[in-house]
Design a protein around this ligand. Structure first.
Ligand SMILES: Nc1nc2c(c(=O)[nH]1)N[C@H]1C(S)=C(S)[C@@H](COP(=O)(O)OP(=O)(O)OC[C@H]3O[C@@H](n4cnc5c(=O)[nH]c(N)nc54)[C@H](O)[C@@H]3O)O[C@H]1N2
Ligand SMILES: Nc1nc2c(c(=O)[nH]1)N[C@H]1C(S)=C(S)[C@@H](COP(=O)(O)OP(=O)(O)OC[C@H]3O[C@@H](n4cnc5c(=O)[nH]c(N)nc54)[C@H](O)[C@@H]3O)O[C@H]1N2
Ligand SMILES: [Mo]
Length: 699
């Protein structure tokens, strides 16, 4: 920081951090572009009378987003919000208020502390935060009893690394050096992904599995392992439950590599070779096999089962017992922060509701805003009043939520009161009644877990808040004091950090606020063996399931996603499987509005990647403007014909709606259907058709 001006001058990694080791990914290295962007939202504002909700083009006489709003003071803004929420709760019941948030910058306090206290106290609808990881997280918990995996640094010791639905080089760059280290020592690196990611391009082998077929691929690998006696019978007996049933299930002929090849698109010999390499790893002096499973596989209708099936593999071979073995999903669930203490769900008892308030799955925002409480026959268990007030923070749902046409139709409702706490004028603020400025992580104090490593840390503010920006904790603390006055709204960051660490969980042994303040980052206290290694699930003690073992039943059944080539909706009007992917240089929708970041992503902007055979069948060539559609929506992209995807699959990346051609992004095509386990989003179970715009126009 420049002490004279108070301006931050550089963002850099901490060289003493054992995982990030002083380097940053390209997008975060340019974080100051974001902090000091001239586009930052710096003051509370309210929509001007007569300016309709929606993006600029539709708002008469408004040339910039900020012109749709007029500046007000924080005091006016809080008063306005408090009044509206009180009125709404009085007229329609408190459940007519819906909070909508996800991870923001993933701090413990910003993610869920004062905000939750506020909405519990009000008796607002509860939000089930399922958009990202709930299917995989729930699946892992069913088998292991907790979300934990291979220590990331231990990937350096692996002899075989499988990246399964995991774009490591794009989305998890800090694991990459450990993979490179293993490869220097001779490890093979295999990627299982329907898209040729930059990770796949760097691999020894890329298996372009058909979307949504991983359950069958994993079963075929199990088939070979059991058939060839590559299972670790002693470990299975000691540490798992249900392995006999799993064994006979996997050995069925429908799970043979030959049969699996027909569905997964991966040749039987390749499956045999992969399974054999997996089974032999860790034996006769070879390094162990590590799987980096990521959330890509669980964004599919059968995604929970897919994660369960893949997560069973290291239990079958016992690869957990070796350093560099096992499996890693995200590490975020491994930090035992005391979230109940932070969030105080029992404050709901003071709301006047005599029961827990209803729960709204965040993947069904379109439904919640357009049908819930409006149509008598709700499509699922959600019932109660219509949503009359929506409070968005840490999230940009107009861009990222599935079935966005429906979401936007809901957000456009003039009778819906929408508050958005943001750093920028996003797609979502385009529909807000009130916008509130939020601090960035440089401007507030935070307690952090992590997504890709096992160190807890405190993040100190580096600069004063810009403009009148306030943190989530400040905002909801002030609203809580204003509307309710309960003492729980008095806690500040210091108290909240201490509360989050109030736990006897052994992983947090020796981790105190003082120590985190002093050392910055501290590793979780995972149990160690006599060699000082932490090898999750190497022994019985690690399992936290009801049986205290790795639970292999119910055995994973292969069921094709409804909306896939093999499913009930396959072979119809929409023959192509669509991958609505993340950008390598954005963070979901974050950064997408900054010129420097857009420049880094310019080559992928607005592209539809297609295989030559699908392009040829439709008379499409690279550079053609193409229409991509299904029963939910239609978007316009530019064709890029090549080998990034296999025949039958097309791909495009996420962008802001208002920065996309015709103002519609990939989520105009995705559905609100939920995963088999955990109520997750199914972005990757989407069928579409494609045609040249010229041909559509001629029709
Ligand atoms: N650069 C960058 N980094 C990020 C993010 C970002 O937006 N940009 N987002 C962050 C977030 S929120 C998350 S949750 C993580 C997610 O990180 P990942 O879990 O890696 O998530 P995805 O990119 O959704 O999916 C990974 C891969 O799964 C593939 N895939 C799709 N369908 C299937 C399938 O059926 N089977 C298999 N085997 N693979 C499939 C996709 O093609 C994709 O390449 O990344 C984080 N890191
Ligand atoms: N098509 C498609 N859709 C997807 C995905 C995909 O791969 N494809 N990925 C899905 C996944 S995995 C995820 S996790 C979601 C993520 O979707 P979102 O949760 O919307 O995540 P971001 O796009 O990063 O947007 C976060 C917003 O929070 C704001 N923000 C950051 N920090 C703070 C803060 O401290 N306070 C407040 N009030 N605001 C803050 C940022 O300015 C930003 O606009 O998207 C999902 N949607
Ligand atoms: Mo995510």
């Amino acid at each position: 920081m420049d002490t004279l001006t108070g301006r931050a001058t550089k963002v850099q990694g901490d060289p003493s951090h054992p995982v990030t080791r002083g380097f940053l990914c390209g997008k975060v290295a340019r974080y100051l572009d974001r902090v000091y962007s001239p586009e930052r939202l710096l003051y509370p504002m309210r929509r001007k009378a007569g300016v309709p909700k929606g993006p600029l083009a539709e708002a008469a006489g408004v040339g910039r987003e900020s012109e749709a709003f007029e500046r007000i003071s924080w005091d006016e803004a809080l008063e306005l919000i408090a009044k509206r929420l009180e009125q709404t709760a009085a007229e329609f019941g408190p459940e007519s208020v819906l909070p909508y948030s996800y991870a923001g910058t993933i701090g413990q306090l910003g993610y869920g502390s004062m905000d939750r206290r506020f909405f519990y106290r009000l008796g607002a609808s509860q939000l089930d935060r399922t958009i990202c990881a709930s299917a995989g997280g729930e699946a892992l918990t069913q088998i292991y009893g907790l979300k934990l995996g291979t220590v990331p640094q231990d990937f350096a010791h692996a002899g075989l690394i499988v990246a399964w639905g995991s774009n490591i080089h794009g989305n998890n760059i800090h694991l990459w050096p450990f993979i490179e280290e293993a490869r220097r020592k001779g490890a093979r690196f295999i990627v299982i992904d329907p898209y040729r990611t930059r990770t796949a391009a760097l691999a020894d082998e890329h298996l372009a599995v058909r979307p949504g077929t991983d359950v069958l691929l994993a079963l075929a690998i199990m088939h070979v392992l059991f058939r060839d006696g590559q299972d670790d019978a002693k470990y299975l007996q000691e540490c798992t439950l249900g392995w006999e049933e799993l064994r006979s299930h996997a050995l069925k002929s429908v799970h043979s590599p030959e049969r699996a090849a027909q569905v997964t698109g991966i040749a039987a010999e390749t499956i045999e070779r992969l399974a054999t390499a997996y089974g032999h790893a860790g034996k006769d002096g070879r390094g162990a096999a590590a799987i980096r499973l990521n959330y890509g596989v669980q964004r599919s209708e059968n995604g929970g089962t897919a994660v369960r099936a893949v997560a069973m593999l290291p239990l079958i071979t016992g690869s957990w017992k070796q350093r560099g073995g096992g499996l890693l999903l995200s590490t975020s669930g491994s930090f035992p922060f005391n979230s109940a203490r932070l969030q105080l769900p029992l404050m709901m008892q003071r709301s006047g509701l005599k029961r827990a308030s209803r729960v709204v799955n965040m993947n069904k925002l379109g439904f919640a805003l357009t049908e819930l409480g409006h149509t008598p026959a709700a499509e699922d268990s959600m019932e109660g009043p219509p949503v009359k007030a929506l409070f968005v923070y840490n999230c940009n749902p107009a861009t990222v939520a599935p079935d966005s046409k429906r979401v936007l139709a809901g957000l456009r409702r003039e009778d819906l009161f929408t508050v958005v706490h943001e750093q920028f004028f996003t797609d979502t603020t385009d529909y807000a009644d009130v916008v509130l400025p939020a601090t960035t992580f440089l401007e507030h104090k935070e307690l952090m877990g992590a997504y890709g490593h096992l160190f807890a840390q405190i993040s100190q503010p580096a600069i004063a808040p810009l403009g009148e920006a306030r943190s989530n904790v400040q905002l909801f603390g002030e609203l809580g004091r204003r509307m309710f006055g309960d003492p729980e709204f008095e806690d500040g960051e210091e108290e909240l950090i201490a509360q989050a660490l109030e736990t006897d969980h052994p992983f947090f042994a020796g981790i105190t606020k003082e120590r985190l303040e002093r050392e910055g980052h501290v590793p979780l206290s995972l149990p160690e063996n006599e060699r000082g290694e932490s090898l999750p699930f190497s022994t019985r003690e690690w399992f936290k399931t009801p049986s205290g073992r790795g639970e292999l039943t119910p055995v994973p059944e292969w069921i094709a996603p409804h909306e896939s080539r093999n499913g009930a909706e396959g072979g119809g009007e929409y023959p192509l499987e669509f991958l609505p992917r993340k950008a390598d240089n954005y963070m979901n929708s974050t950064f997408a509005n900054l010129p420097g970041h857009r420049q880094m992503e310019r080559k992928t902007a607005g592209l539809l990647e297609m295989h030559p055979s699908d392009a040829m069948a439709r008379g499409v060539a690279t550079g053609d403007s193409v229409s991509v559609w299904n029963g939910r929506g239609r978007i316009t992209l530019t064709a890029s014909v090549g080998e990034a995807v296999s025949a039958g699959v097309v791909a495009a990346r996420l962008d802001w709606q208002k920065l996309s051609q015709d103002g519609a992004n990939v989520n105009a095509l995705t559905s609100e259907r939920l995963t088999d386990i955990g109520g997750g989003a199914t972005f990757y179970s989407t069928l579409v058709e494609v045609a040249r715009v010229a041909d559509v126009a001629a029709d």
